[in-house]
Design a protein around this ligand. Sequence first.
Ligand code: FAD
Length: 279
Amino acid sequence: MLDFHTAASRMRTVKLLSVTAETPTVKSFAFVDELCAKGEPGQFVMVWIPGVDEVPMSLSTLDPEESLAAVAVKRVGEATQALHNMKTGEVIGVRGPFGSNYTISKASKVMIVGGGTGLASLAPLAERLVKEATEVIFLMGAETKSELLFHERVESLLSESRGQLIATTEDGSFGMKGLVTMLAEKLFKKEGGFSMVYTCGPERMMQKMFFLAAKFSVPLEASLERFMRCAIGLCGTCVIGKYRVCQSGPVFRDRQLHEVEDEFGLWRRGFDGTKIKIK
Ligand SMILES: Cc1cc2nc3c(=O)[nH]c(=O)nc-3n(C[C@H](O)[C@H](O)[C@H](O)COP(=O)(O)OP(=O)(O)OC[C@H]3O[C@@H](n4cnc5c(N)ncnc54)[C@H](O)[C@@H]3O)c2cc1C
Protein backbone atom coordinates (compact mmCIF):
# COMPACT_ATOMS: atom_id res chain seq x y z
CA MET A 1 0.00 0.00 0.00
CA LEU A 2 1.24 3.53 -0.86
CA ASP A 3 2.19 5.87 1.99
CA PHE A 4 0.08 9.02 2.43
CA HIS A 5 2.47 11.40 0.62
CA THR A 6 3.01 9.15 -2.40
CA ALA A 7 -0.72 8.48 -2.68
CA ALA A 8 -1.54 12.19 -2.23
CA SER A 9 0.82 13.26 -5.02
CA ARG A 10 -1.02 11.08 -7.56
CA MET A 11 -3.95 12.53 -9.49
CA ARG A 12 -7.41 11.23 -8.65
CA THR A 13 -10.53 12.02 -10.64
CA VAL A 14 -13.55 12.97 -8.54
CA LYS A 15 -17.14 13.96 -9.29
CA LEU A 16 -18.37 17.34 -8.15
CA LEU A 17 -20.81 16.58 -5.35
CA SER A 18 -22.11 20.15 -5.14
CA VAL A 19 -21.43 23.56 -6.62
CA THR A 20 -22.49 26.46 -4.38
CA ALA A 21 -22.38 30.20 -5.09
CA GLU A 22 -20.82 31.85 -2.01
CA THR A 23 -20.43 35.43 -3.32
CA PRO A 24 -20.93 37.01 -6.76
CA THR A 25 -17.38 35.89 -7.71
CA VAL A 26 -16.69 32.81 -5.53
CA LYS A 27 -18.16 29.31 -5.78
CA SER A 28 -17.52 26.28 -3.57
CA PHE A 29 -16.89 22.90 -5.18
CA ALA A 30 -17.34 19.87 -2.90
CA PHE A 31 -16.15 16.36 -3.71
CA VAL A 32 -15.47 13.04 -2.00
CA ASP A 33 -11.77 12.21 -1.63
CA GLU A 34 -10.38 10.47 1.43
CA LEU A 35 -6.90 11.99 1.14
CA CYS A 36 -8.04 15.59 0.66
CA ALA A 37 -10.51 15.22 3.54
CA LYS A 38 -7.59 14.20 5.78
CA GLY A 39 -5.73 17.43 4.96
CA GLU A 40 -4.92 20.05 7.57
CA PRO A 41 -6.14 23.68 7.59
CA GLY A 42 -3.78 25.72 5.38
CA GLN A 43 -2.91 22.90 2.99
CA PHE A 44 -3.81 23.08 -0.69
CA VAL A 45 -4.67 20.82 -3.59
CA MET A 46 -3.94 21.04 -7.29
CA VAL A 47 -7.27 21.07 -9.12
CA TRP A 48 -7.24 19.87 -12.72
CA ILE A 49 -9.95 21.26 -14.96
CA PRO A 50 -9.99 18.81 -17.89
CA GLY A 51 -8.72 20.34 -21.11
CA VAL A 52 -7.94 23.68 -19.47
CA ASP A 53 -5.32 23.83 -16.70
CA GLU A 54 -4.34 22.69 -13.23
CA VAL A 55 -4.43 25.32 -10.46
CA PRO A 56 -3.64 25.43 -6.72
CA MET A 57 -6.57 25.88 -4.31
CA SER A 58 -6.74 25.86 -0.51
CA LEU A 59 -8.89 23.21 1.10
CA SER A 60 -11.93 25.11 2.43
CA THR A 61 -13.77 22.10 3.86
CA LEU A 62 -12.14 19.16 5.63
CA ASP A 63 -14.48 16.43 6.81
CA PRO A 64 -12.51 13.19 7.27
CA GLU A 65 -15.51 11.32 8.72
CA GLU A 66 -17.47 11.79 5.48
CA SER A 67 -14.32 11.79 3.27
CA LEU A 68 -15.60 15.16 2.10
CA ALA A 69 -13.48 18.10 0.94
CA ALA A 70 -14.13 21.37 -0.89
CA VAL A 71 -12.40 24.33 -2.47
CA ALA A 72 -13.74 27.89 -2.72
CA VAL A 73 -12.76 29.39 -6.04
CA LYS A 74 -12.74 33.00 -7.18
CA ARG A 75 -13.30 33.58 -10.89
CA VAL A 76 -10.19 35.46 -12.07
CA GLY A 77 -9.04 33.89 -15.35
CA GLU A 78 -9.31 30.98 -17.78
CA ALA A 79 -9.14 28.01 -15.38
CA THR A 80 -11.30 29.46 -12.64
CA GLN A 81 -13.88 30.64 -15.20
CA ALA A 82 -14.00 27.10 -16.68
CA LEU A 83 -14.46 25.64 -13.19
CA HIS A 84 -17.26 28.11 -12.49
CA ASN A 85 -19.03 26.82 -15.61
CA MET A 86 -18.95 23.22 -14.32
CA LYS A 87 -21.97 21.54 -12.75
CA THR A 88 -22.64 18.92 -10.07
CA GLY A 89 -21.72 15.45 -11.37
CA GLU A 90 -18.97 16.66 -13.70
CA VAL A 91 -15.42 15.39 -13.17
CA ILE A 92 -12.27 17.22 -12.05
CA GLY A 93 -8.85 15.92 -11.01
CA VAL A 94 -7.19 16.51 -7.66
CA ARG A 95 -3.64 16.05 -6.37
CA GLY A 96 -2.70 16.68 -2.77
CA PRO A 97 -3.06 17.75 -0.03
CA PHE A 98 0.26 19.57 -0.29
CA GLY A 99 2.30 22.01 1.74
CA SER A 100 2.51 23.22 5.30
CA ASN A 101 -0.46 23.85 7.57
CA TYR A 102 -1.33 26.32 10.32
CA THR A 103 -0.11 25.41 13.80
CA ILE A 104 -3.09 24.68 16.03
CA SER A 105 -2.92 26.79 19.21
CA LYS A 106 -4.62 25.03 22.09
CA ALA A 107 -6.69 26.63 24.86
CA SER A 108 -5.48 30.16 24.19
CA LYS A 109 -6.67 33.36 22.49
CA VAL A 110 -5.80 33.96 18.85
CA MET A 111 -6.50 36.54 16.17
CA ILE A 112 -7.42 35.49 12.63
CA VAL A 113 -7.23 38.17 9.96
CA GLY A 114 -8.49 37.36 6.49
CA GLY A 115 -9.64 38.89 3.27
CA GLY A 116 -10.82 37.67 -0.13
CA THR A 117 -10.26 34.01 -0.91
CA GLY A 118 -7.78 33.91 1.98
CA LEU A 119 -10.87 33.13 4.03
CA ALA A 120 -11.03 29.75 2.28
CA SER A 121 -8.21 28.38 4.42
CA LEU A 122 -9.06 30.40 7.55
CA ALA A 123 -12.64 29.09 7.95
CA PRO A 124 -11.53 25.45 8.48
CA LEU A 125 -8.73 26.76 10.73
CA ALA A 126 -11.31 28.48 12.98
CA GLU A 127 -13.36 25.27 13.03
CA ARG A 128 -10.32 23.30 14.21
CA LEU A 129 -9.29 25.92 16.80
CA VAL A 130 -12.66 26.05 18.56
CA LYS A 131 -12.46 22.26 19.00
CA GLU A 132 -9.25 22.92 20.95
CA ALA A 133 -11.06 25.36 23.30
CA THR A 134 -9.19 28.28 21.76
CA GLU A 135 -10.83 31.71 21.80
CA VAL A 136 -10.93 32.98 18.22
CA ILE A 137 -11.17 36.68 17.43
CA PHE A 138 -11.88 36.58 13.70
CA LEU A 139 -11.44 39.76 11.66
CA MET A 140 -12.85 39.46 8.16
CA GLY A 141 -12.39 42.16 5.53
CA ALA A 142 -13.79 42.79 2.06
CA GLU A 143 -14.35 45.68 -0.30
CA THR A 144 -18.11 45.30 0.03
CA LYS A 145 -20.70 43.24 1.94
CA SER A 146 -21.45 40.73 -0.83
CA GLU A 147 -17.75 39.70 -1.03
CA LEU A 148 -17.46 38.69 2.66
CA LEU A 149 -16.69 35.01 2.11
CA PHE A 150 -17.99 32.48 4.68
CA HIS A 151 -19.39 35.21 6.94
CA GLU A 152 -22.42 33.15 8.03
CA ARG A 153 -20.36 29.99 8.46
CA VAL A 154 -17.85 31.68 10.77
CA GLU A 155 -20.52 33.70 12.59
CA SER A 156 -22.54 30.62 13.43
CA LEU A 157 -19.37 28.75 14.51
CA LEU A 158 -18.23 31.52 16.84
CA SER A 159 -21.71 32.24 18.25
CA GLU A 160 -21.53 28.76 19.76
CA SER A 161 -18.04 29.23 21.23
CA ARG A 162 -15.95 31.83 23.09
CA GLY A 163 -15.01 33.60 19.90
CA GLN A 164 -16.05 36.75 18.11
CA LEU A 165 -16.37 37.72 14.44
CA ILE A 166 -15.92 41.34 13.37
CA ALA A 167 -16.31 42.30 9.72
CA THR A 168 -14.96 45.35 7.94
CA THR A 169 -15.87 46.65 4.49
CA GLU A 170 -14.02 49.33 2.59
CA ASP A 171 -17.26 50.92 1.33
CA GLY A 172 -18.97 50.70 4.73
CA SER A 173 -21.82 48.49 3.40
CA PHE A 174 -21.43 46.09 6.36
CA GLY A 175 -19.64 46.00 9.71
CA MET A 176 -16.98 48.60 10.40
CA LYS A 177 -15.93 50.88 7.55
CA GLY A 178 -12.25 50.66 6.66
CA LEU A 179 -9.43 48.16 6.36
CA VAL A 180 -9.28 45.02 8.44
CA THR A 181 -5.68 45.83 9.43
CA MET A 182 -6.82 49.09 11.09
CA LEU A 183 -9.21 47.08 13.24
CA ALA A 184 -6.44 44.60 14.08
CA GLU A 185 -4.19 47.45 15.24
CA LYS A 186 -6.96 48.83 17.46
CA LEU A 187 -7.50 45.42 19.05
CA PHE A 188 -3.78 44.94 19.68
CA LYS A 189 -3.74 48.28 21.50
CA LYS A 190 -7.01 47.74 23.41
CA GLU A 191 -6.67 44.13 24.49
CA GLY A 192 -3.59 41.95 24.74
CA GLY A 193 -3.12 38.27 25.38
CA PHE A 194 -3.07 36.98 21.82
CA SER A 195 -0.91 33.87 21.53
CA MET A 196 -0.91 33.83 17.72
CA VAL A 197 -2.03 35.77 14.66
CA TYR A 198 -3.04 33.83 11.55
CA THR A 199 -3.49 35.66 8.29
CA CYS A 200 -4.36 34.90 4.68
CA GLY A 201 -5.49 37.23 1.93
CA PRO A 202 -4.02 40.00 -0.22
CA GLU A 203 -0.26 40.04 0.35
CA ARG A 204 -0.11 43.74 1.24
CA MET A 205 -2.65 43.02 4.00
CA MET A 206 -0.53 40.13 5.28
CA GLN A 207 2.60 42.27 5.15
CA LYS A 208 0.88 44.90 7.31
CA MET A 209 -0.17 42.17 9.77
CA PHE A 210 3.42 40.89 9.79
CA PHE A 211 4.68 44.35 10.84
CA LEU A 212 1.87 44.79 13.41
CA ALA A 213 2.41 41.36 14.97
CA ALA A 214 6.14 42.12 15.28
CA LYS A 215 5.38 45.52 16.88
CA PHE A 216 3.08 43.94 19.47
CA SER A 217 5.31 40.86 19.91
CA VAL A 218 2.72 38.30 18.83
CA PRO A 219 3.82 35.27 16.76
CA LEU A 220 2.36 35.16 13.26
CA GLU A 221 1.61 32.65 10.55
CA ALA A 222 0.71 33.78 7.02
CA SER A 223 -0.38 31.72 4.04
CA LEU A 224 1.15 32.89 0.75
CA GLU A 225 0.03 32.53 -2.86
CA ARG A 226 2.44 32.25 -5.75
CA PHE A 227 2.16 30.94 -9.30
CA MET A 228 2.53 27.18 -9.11
CA ARG A 229 2.88 24.42 -11.66
CA CYS A 230 4.13 21.20 -10.10
CA ALA A 231 3.38 21.65 -6.36
CA ILE A 232 6.14 19.16 -5.52
CA GLY A 233 9.19 21.45 -5.43
CA LEU A 234 10.54 20.72 -8.91
CA CYS A 235 9.63 23.61 -11.16
CA GLY A 236 10.62 26.58 -8.96
CA THR A 237 7.79 28.81 -10.22
CA CYS A 238 6.59 29.55 -6.69
CA VAL A 239 9.95 30.63 -5.31
CA ILE A 240 10.18 33.44 -2.73
CA GLY A 241 13.75 34.13 -1.59
CA LYS A 242 15.24 30.82 -0.48
CA TYR A 243 11.83 29.13 -0.20
CA ARG A 244 9.49 27.33 -2.55
CA VAL A 245 5.93 28.13 -1.46
CA CYS A 246 4.64 24.67 -2.45
CA GLN A 247 7.15 22.91 -0.18
CA SER A 248 8.06 25.22 2.72
CA GLY A 249 4.67 26.97 2.56
CA PRO A 250 2.06 28.01 1.79
CA VAL A 251 1.91 28.69 5.55
CA PHE A 252 5.04 30.53 6.76
CA ARG A 253 6.11 31.52 10.27
CA ASP A 254 7.15 35.09 11.01
CA ARG A 255 10.83 34.10 11.33
CA GLN A 256 10.75 32.69 7.77
CA LEU A 257 9.03 35.83 6.47
CA HIS A 258 11.81 37.95 8.02
CA GLU A 259 14.24 36.05 5.78
CA VAL A 260 12.31 37.04 2.65
CA GLU A 261 11.32 40.55 3.74
CA ASP A 262 12.75 42.05 0.54
CA GLU A 263 10.14 40.09 -1.49
CA PHE A 264 7.20 39.45 0.86
CA GLY A 265 4.41 41.95 0.11
CA LEU A 266 6.54 43.54 -2.60
CA TRP A 267 7.32 41.11 -5.42
CA ARG A 268 6.08 37.87 -6.91
CA ARG A 269 7.23 36.05 -10.04
CA GLY A 270 5.45 35.45 -13.33
CA PHE A 271 5.44 32.03 -15.00
CA ASP A 272 8.64 33.02 -16.87
CA GLY A 273 10.40 33.99 -13.63
CA THR A 274 10.22 37.77 -14.11
CA LYS A 275 9.57 39.85 -11.01
CA ILE A 276 6.13 41.43 -10.82
CA LYS A 277 5.40 44.21 -8.33
CA ILE A 278 2.60 43.35 -5.89
CA LYS A 279 -0.04 46.10 -5.82
C1 FAD B 1 -1.34 27.75 -2.26
C2 FAD B 1 -2.39 28.50 -3.04
C3 FAD B 1 -3.70 28.45 -2.61
C4 FAD B 1 -4.69 29.13 -3.33
N1 FAD B 1 -5.97 29.07 -2.87
C5 FAD B 1 -6.96 29.67 -3.55
C6 FAD B 1 -8.31 29.57 -3.10
O1 FAD B 1 -8.62 28.95 -2.07
N2 FAD B 1 -9.26 30.17 -3.86
C7 FAD B 1 -8.96 30.87 -4.99
O2 FAD B 1 -9.88 31.38 -5.64
N3 FAD B 1 -7.68 31.00 -5.42
C8 FAD B 1 -6.69 30.41 -4.74
N4 FAD B 1 -5.38 30.51 -5.20
C9 FAD B 1 -5.10 31.30 -6.42
C10 FAD B 1 -5.47 30.49 -7.65
O3 FAD B 1 -4.60 29.39 -7.78
C11 FAD B 1 -5.42 31.36 -8.91
O4 FAD B 1 -6.38 32.37 -8.81
C12 FAD B 1 -5.68 30.53 -10.15
O5 FAD B 1 -4.59 29.70 -10.42
C13 FAD B 1 -5.97 31.42 -11.35
O6 FAD B 1 -6.09 30.63 -12.49
P1 FAD B 1 -6.82 31.20 -13.81
O7 FAD B 1 -6.41 30.37 -14.98
O8 FAD B 1 -8.29 31.33 -13.56
O9 FAD B 1 -6.27 32.66 -13.91
P2 FAD B 1 -5.04 33.19 -14.79
O10 FAD B 1 -5.56 33.46 -16.16
O11 FAD B 1 -3.85 32.28 -14.65
O12 FAD B 1 -4.73 34.54 -14.02
C14 FAD B 1 -5.74 35.54 -13.78
C15 FAD B 1 -5.18 36.57 -12.81
O13 FAD B 1 -4.91 35.96 -11.53
C16 FAD B 1 -3.52 36.13 -11.19
N5 FAD B 1 -3.07 34.85 -10.59
C17 FAD B 1 -3.19 33.63 -11.13
N6 FAD B 1 -2.65 32.70 -10.34
C18 FAD B 1 -2.16 33.33 -9.25
C19 FAD B 1 -1.47 32.92 -8.10
N7 FAD B 1 -1.17 31.64 -7.85
N8 FAD B 1 -1.10 33.86 -7.22
C20 FAD B 1 -1.37 35.15 -7.45
N9 FAD B 1 -2.04 35.60 -8.51
C21 FAD B 1 -2.42 34.72 -9.42
C22 FAD B 1 -2.82 36.44 -12.49
O14 FAD B 1 -1.69 37.27 -12.30
C23 FAD B 1 -3.87 37.18 -13.28
O15 FAD B 1 -3.90 38.54 -12.94
C24 FAD B 1 -4.36 29.86 -4.50
C25 FAD B 1 -3.03 29.90 -4.93
C26 FAD B 1 -2.05 29.23 -4.21
C27 FAD B 1 -0.64 29.26 -4.68
